[in-house]
Design a binder for this molecule. Structure first.
Ligand code: SF4
Length: 250
């Protein structure tokens, strides 16, 4: 068990290490209580390649929100099968089923924070409960929130979040993709530089920021996985925050 002081020191030390060195340390330290998450978009491919090249058995969490593009689901199937990796699909808690189905069209547009919580954050919270370390692919150049992230981040519940690509730029992703001849998400060529759920993703221009097509024009830049995921403890907290009637979502 690492102390807070040790984590802070290691995190600073890792600022000058390569992603592969950080991943190797993480696997050596935490296996088998370690997992990574992936959204199977183009920018996810280098991390997926690095981690699964080291250990194909490491669980790869994929959040199946039910709102994905068909191309994302097909790409996830293709990579999982060809690379023979251990992909685990995560789904929303069934207690939300009736509410989610009743609001299936309006929810992403009218209340995207709640939609992201019940389709992404809560399933991930549950999946991460039984492990000690979570490898994530965020980069500092992606959003203003991510710009302040650390390579090692101790979460409120004791989980260690590891961000090996934090210092990478978009160009590093492109170089790695070319060096290892990795496949791109099928929508990348059509202008979807960052691909999330279909109701919340649009194609962008060549000079736009990579994530400009996510929740475009709606004042939202993060789904919650990389911000306040562990500040929400349970379904009841969310019902209070979003002023929901608990009887409607049971
Ligand atoms: S990205 Fe959009 S559709 Fe997907 S969970 Fe968030 S709000 Fe819902």
């Amino acid at each position: 068990m690492l102390s807070v002081h040790e984590i802070t020191e290691l995190s600073e030390e890792f600022e000058t290490k390569t992603p592969q060195e950080i991943i190797q340390w993480a696997a050596d330290t935490f296996w088998p209580e370690i997992a990574m998450s992936s959204s199977f978009q183009t920018q996810s491919m280098p991390l997926l390649h690095m981690v699964t090249s080291l250990n194909r058995s490491i669980p790869v969490f994929f959040i199946d929100t039910g709102y994905h593009f068909w191309e994302t689901l097909m790409f996830r199937e293709k990579i999982a099968s060809e690379w023979k990796i251990n992909v685990i699909d995560l789904y929303r808690d069934h207690r939300w089923d009736v509410f989610a189905k009743q609001n299936i069209r309006s929810l992403p547009l009218e209340d995207p924070n709640l939609c992201c919580y019940l389709h992404k954050v809560q399933p991930m919270q549950k999946a991460l409960k039984d492990i000690k370390a979570w490898i994530s692919g965020i980069r500092r150049d992606q959003t203003s929130v991510r710009a302040h992230a650390k390579i090692l981040e101790l979460q409120e519940n004791g989980l260690l979040k590891i961000n090996p690509l934090l210092n990478w730029k978009k160009s590093d992703v492109q170089e790695y993709m070319e060096e290892y001849n990795l496949p791109a998400h099928p929508l990348y060529e059509k202008g979807y530089k960052s691909v999330g759920c279909a109701p919340c993703t649009v194609a962008i221009g060549v000079n736009d920021d990579e994530r400009a097509g996510r929740w475009a024009g709606r004042g939202k830049v993060e789904c919650g996985l990389h911000t306040d995921m562990f500040s929400k403890k349970d379904i009841a907290d969310v019902q209070n925050e979003f002023h929901l009637d608990i009887t409607k979502v049971k």
